[in-house]
Design a protein around this ligand. Structure first.
Ligand code: NOJ
Length: 943
């Protein structure tokens, strides 16, 4: 056994570096028991063309309706072929912000007394805590829902249903059909979402192997119910037998659906009829392929559907292995499997998870931004990061020692390329023992970090969840029972990862979290009194080289007796939350920066994420854009891909284009595999180095735009890079656009070059507003495609008329050194000569903006030739006072017919003066040094 195990690990380690993705390591849907069964059931039901009779009905006598808590409770009964019935208690609640939440449990497993047989090693109930991680807290209940007192009979169909009317203007209705169980959500009288429209609803109830034959319906199969048939299942003993949950969800009139990351696939999700479903199962998928529904490192089970008149969202709160099938098309009346409620095109989805309770939230609203906001209210908005985290990050596996780190840092300065963070990968440790520093190479790490801090720079070091056996940390974990347990729930689970044999910290356990806290405290081996060390949490799917599908066996056990099967997708989140917590104690009142590879719904509250091990190929540059856009839709906007590609060596052209695209990633980091050649931007030589430097400097000059965007995201969950349909939901032509985006709400429209040898791009303009070239200020107008020049040194960027944004144009070595630099305002006028914008400023590091209102928020507006800044100072503090010295040094105004030509009369603080103007230059009107302070309101009259 031991030998066999070693050889598996050795083989794995070998192909990790030699070959591409090993598909055979991962289960196909066909090979994954619960996927196989749920698809089988769905196909059998579809093939019955309407003659299938669902076994699931609400027991009318069980219904309890409460207006006070806007909830309906009761039981769904599942009729079994042997005449018995299984009770499935449900609740339907109307949440604040007009969302419907449905939960369905299984009585027998939720009541320990009535459990016939339980495997004592595990908690017997279905996992009902995914919402603890996916949601920021218990959601508030709506106060304006009207619930029917008793069931209503539909005159035309004879079906009985319950009705809930909700929304400020009673614009929503949810109808709960009793038999078969079904929920239809209406918005302004239109059906939007139907749950169990196709009768795929399925709760695999608890049964013994002996009972199974008499309890399976003819449409079901017993494939993989008590034995994992996958060749590399490594003895998963399925202690509860089959326990999956599933339901179909139809989006009526919605042609396009988005979300459910992580997949290296198109932005608009594809039909899966002739393919595997999209799988949500956090795995270490090295050398992943593009255009694939394969699972990746993270999972957010949230889907958004878009049509002209509305946006809908489905939040599937389950942390187990999950699949989503998607079927598109207009309803064909001949096929009863199709929706007949409307003649419009629709998208029909089918969701199923391997374990846990069924818990989902349905949202419908007028726009994508409104859905983002609703999701943020439930799951939490992304945390406002420190400003430096929006600068450039320089990483590679590995910088070898202190001298290497300082040498790279110095070279950036020599080439006048700004950067904010340098990263250390696993080799900085002593034999991959986290919380140690490699002797002889990183002895002076504290000094090194102090040197970096002198120029405002930061260091990020990697800490993974696998802990090498036989040293202090793993000994503590084993002794104190803080690791994930083996499937007998008696001893700590052992597996293999970078350090060889390892244990995994179980961050579901509060005691493990307390221990994790101590490891980061300032008095351990990992200490240093600097405040510029931050953490990278990698391999947290968890990646287990010796495990099935490169991850942990599903039947190992977590704190509280939960099987790994039920909590898998949330493990990475608990890990980076533990690190966040530890770092917030290490540096009091500093916003921690954690980068995670594995993520789940809710990760946005405490981490940034990147798309893992991509390749130095054009197709990976291309796919990074839809992947980043998807993250914006599902509330995890702080994301990016390894610039340059992780595996391989990019050509200088690819690297340059990647930097030009990467400056728009919310998280902007260059990274490379240990076998890749060095490729810091100063290495390529001219003209590449200068072009990359200019691109990075452009990012730095736009940091106020990104930071203001993150401020808005932290309040409303608005995207940082915004898909085109967000501002043009009525324009269906832009729904699928995945290679262009707006930058937050600045009106900057960007189309990065992702084509080898390109000298121009075709950019799609989604509306009739005037647009101006970012560099030449030339007017480009007209909905549709336009050609833009894109020689190697050119980044195609347009400015949409109607916006004002702020820049900081002076080159500094890091963002910290730009703190008190003056601003340049760019005003792009709309047809009426008007524009608006905003700017958010705080100390960029602490939580004082939250605790003490220590921030400044500026609204800019121009109308009738009067430019105005209205300042809201959260509170007068030493910092907001200091901003007195921060001035606007330049204002650039572009517009179609600029009527003013010479004078600019400035007023601020009761004083008036005339600012110097340069008239029209390069298609723009320029005001030189208006000298207004940024923290007080002002006006400028233009004539
Ligand atoms: C896998 C990560 O995805 C990659 O970025 C990192 O360099 C290696 N682990 C080594 O830590």
């Amino acid at each position: 056994m031991k030998l066999e195990f070693v050889s598996i690990v050795a083989t794995f380690a070998l192909f990790r570096s030699v070959f591409g993705v090993k598909r055979e390591l991962f289960k196909t849907c066909e090979q994954n028991g619960f996927c196989h069964r749920n698809r089988h059931l769905a196909n059998a039901i579809s093939n019955k063309h309407g003659s299938y009779s669902s076994p699931y009905s609400v027991d009318e006598t069980s219904i309890r309706i409460s207006e006070e808590v806007s909830a309906i409770e009761g039981s769904i009964m599942k009729k079994l072929p042997n005449g018995k019935a299984v009770e499935l208690p449900f609740t339907i609640e109307v949440l604040k912000s007009d969302n419907i939440r449905l939960t369905i449990d299984e009585k027998e497993r939720s009541d320990p007394k009535s459990l016939r047989v339980a495997d004592k090693r595990f908690k017997s109930r279905r996992f009902n805590e995914a919402s603890k991680y996916a949601l920021k807290g218990e959601p508030e209940i709506s106060v304006n829902a009207k619930l029917t007192k008793e069931s209503i009979t539909d005159k035309s169909t004879g079906e009985k249903y319950l009705s809930i009317i909700y929304g400020d203007e009673s614009e929503y209705e949810a109808q709960i059909t009793l038999s078969p169980f079904k929920i239809t959500v209406y918005y302004h009288g239109q059906p939007e979402i139907i749950l169990n429209d196709r009768n795929f609803f399925n709760i695999e109830h608890w049964r013994t192997q002996d009972q199974q034959a008499s309890e399976l319906s003819p449409e079901e199969t017993d494939y993989g119910t008590f034995k994992d048939e996958f060749k590399d299942s490594q003895g998963d003993h399925l202690p509860f037998g089959p326990e999956s949950i599933g339901v179909d969800v139809s989006f009526i009139g919605y042609d396009k659906v988005f979300g459910i990351p992580e997949h290296a696939d198109t932005f608009s999700l594809k039909d899966t009829t002739n393919d595997d479903p999209y799988r949500l199962f956090n795995v270490d998928i090295f050398e992943y392929e593009t255009q694939s529904k394969f699972p990746m490192y993270g999972s957010i089970p949230f889907m958004v559907a878009q049509k002209k008149s509305a946006t809908a969202g489905l939040f599937w709160i389950n942390a187990a292995d999950t699949y989503v099938d998607i079927k598109k098309g207009s309803p064909a009346q001949s096929n009863p499997d199709q929706i007949v409620l409307t003649s419009e095109k629709s998208t029909k989805t089918h969701w199923f998870s391997e374990a846990g309770i069924l818990d989902l939230i349905i949202m419908v609203d007028k726009s994508p931004l409104a859905i983002n906001k609703k999701y943020g209210e439930l799951s939490g908005n992304p945390e406002l990061p420190q400003l430096f985290t929006l600068g450039y990050h320089q990483c590679r596996w590995n910088y070898n020692d202190v001298d290497d780190v300082l040498d790279v840092s110095e070279k950036f300065d020599n080439f006048e390329i700004p950067y904010d963070v340098i990263w250390l990968d696993i080799e900085y440790t002593e034999n991959k023992k986290y919380f140690t520093w490699k002797k002889g190479l990183f002895d002076d790490h504290v000094e090194m970090n102090k040197k970096l801090a002198e120029t405002g720079r930061n260091l990020v070091a990697i800490i993974d969840p696998h802990i090498k056996t036989d040293y202090q940390v793993s000994n503590d974990i084993e002794k104190q029972g803080l690791g994930i347990k083996n499937s007998d729930n008696d001893d700590t689970y052992h597996g293999h990862c970078w350090p060889g044999e390892s244990v995994w910290i179980d961050t579901f356990n509060p005691k493990s979290k307390a221990y994790w806290n101590k490891l980061f405290a300032n008095n351990t081996d990992f200490s240093g009194d600097e405040t510029n060390l931050h953490i990278w949490n990698d391999m947290s799917e968890p990646s287990v080289f010796s495990g099935p599908e490169t991850t942990a066996p599903k039947d190992i056990v977590h704190y509280g007796g939960w099987e790994h099967r039920s909590v898998h997708n949330a493990y990475g989140l608990t890990f980076h939350e533990a690190t966040y917590d530890a770092m917030s104690k290490r540096y009091v009142n500093k916003r921690p920066f954690i980068l995670t590879r594995a993520y789940y719904a809710g990760s946005q509250r405490s981490a940034a994420m990147w798309s893992g091990d991509n390749k130095s190929k054009w197709e990976f540059l291309k796919i990074s854009l839809p992947m980043a856009l998807t993250s914006q839709v599902v509330g995890m906007p702080f994301t990016g891909s390894d610039v340059g590609g992780f595996f391989g060596d990019p050509s200088s052209e690819l690297l340059t284009r990647w930097y030009q695209a990467g400056i728009w990633y919310p998280f902007f980091r260059g990274h490379a595999h240990i076998d890749s050649k060095r490729r810091e931007p100063y290495i390529a030589g001219e003209p590449y180095t200068s072009i990359m430097r200019d691109a990075i400097r452009l990012r730095y000059s736009l940091l106020p735009v990104f930071y203001t965007g993150f401020h808005h995201a932290s309040i409303t969950n608005a995207p940082i890079i915004t898909p085109l349909f967000y501002s043009n939901p009525e324009n269906e032509d832009c729904y699928e656009i995945e290679d262009e985006f707006f930058v937050a709400d600045s009106g900057l429209l960007v189309k990065p070059v992702t084509q080898e040898g390109a000298t121009s791009v075709s950019i799609y303009i989604p509306d009739e507003k005037p647009y101006f070239d970012y560099h030449t200020h030339e007017l480009i107008q007209g909905k549709g495609s336009h050609d833009l020049q894109a020689e190697l040194e050119q980044i195609p960027i347009l400015m949409q008329g109607g916006h004002i944004f702020s820049r900081k144009d002076r080159y500094r070595r890091s963002s910290k050194l730009m703190k008190y630099d003056p601003y340049t305002l760019v005003v792009a006028l709309d047809e009426e000569g008007s524009a608006k914008g905003s700017l958010y400023i705080d100390d960029g590091e602490t939580f004082d903006y939250k605790k003490d209102d220590d921030f400044v928020y500026v609204d800019f507006a121009i109308k009738d030739n009067k430019l105005q800044s209205s300042v809201n100072v959260g509170k007068q503090t030493p910092f907001t006072e200091l901003l007195d010295k921060v001035k606007v040094e330049k204002i650039i105004i572009v517009g179609k017919d600029i009527s003013f030509s010479s004078s600019a009369k400035v007023s601020q603080n009761g004083e008036n003066w005339e600012a110097e103007t340069i008239g029209i230059n390069n298609n723009a009107f320029i005001i030189r040094n208006p000298a207004v302070a940024i923290n007080k309101s002002w006006t400028i009259e233009l004539n």
